[in-house]
Design a protein. Structure first.
Length: 186
């Protein structure tokens, strides 16, 4: 592993942590080598051979991801990470892991690949830990019903899933909605 990639992975990981700590805030990631591999480069700092992953709606990404990260391909019910491509149908999320009362952190992390992210009025409204009062987030390219599905999956806090939204570009943006956040509509 080269030093430049290691530094970029560490920086990417810190940005993901910041995004999880500040729900609805949009962060710019370090520039990735190629737009085609931006998702794989993003996930390199999170995935290894012990992590179970499912990719929904993007066969090319699925192939690249398993080749470059050595993560395990598993069913949606067993997945630690679920990646939903722009053509993905997330009805499979119904059976995904939401953790247990003993281990609420055992819920899956869902990564949605979206067209755009921005902070500001007109989007969804988030409140809860890490948010001062409320914050608005606009997400372009998210299938209808996804936010309702997230609300449903996270309705029995501390059980639930964490969601990440990633704009697949060389200089992509990321925003997160952890399971502790409350999702409202503007």
């Amino acid at each position: 592993m080269d030093a430049e990639r290691t530094i970029r992975d560490h920086l990417t990981f810190r940005i993901i942590l910041a995004a999880m700590s500040h729900p609805g805030k949009v962060y710019r990631l370090p520039e990735f080598d190629k737009e085609e591999t931006a998702v794989v480069e993003l996930l390199r700092c999170l995935l290894d051979n012990e992590v179970g992953v499912t990719v929904v709606g993007d066969p090319a990404l699925e192939s690249d991801l398993f080749r470059h990260t050595e993560c395990r391909q598993v069913s949606c019910e067993e997945a630690d990470f679920i990646i939903i491509g722009s053509l993905g149908d997330s009805t499979a999320l119904t059976g995904c892991k939401v953790g247990s009362l003993e281990y609420p952190d055992g819920g899956a992390t869902i990564l949605y690949l979206v067209d755009g992210l921005s902070e500001g009025e007109g989007g969804i409204v988030l409140s809860g830990p890490g948010v001062d009062d409320k914050i608005s987030l606009r997400i372009s390219g998210l299938a209808a019903g996804e936010l309702s599905r997230l609300r449903e999956l996270n309705s029995e806090f501390p059980l639930g899933v964490d969601a990440m939204f990633f704009v697949r570009r060389r200089n992509g943006r990321i925003a997160c909605i952890p399971r502790s956040s409350r999702i409202g509509v503007n």
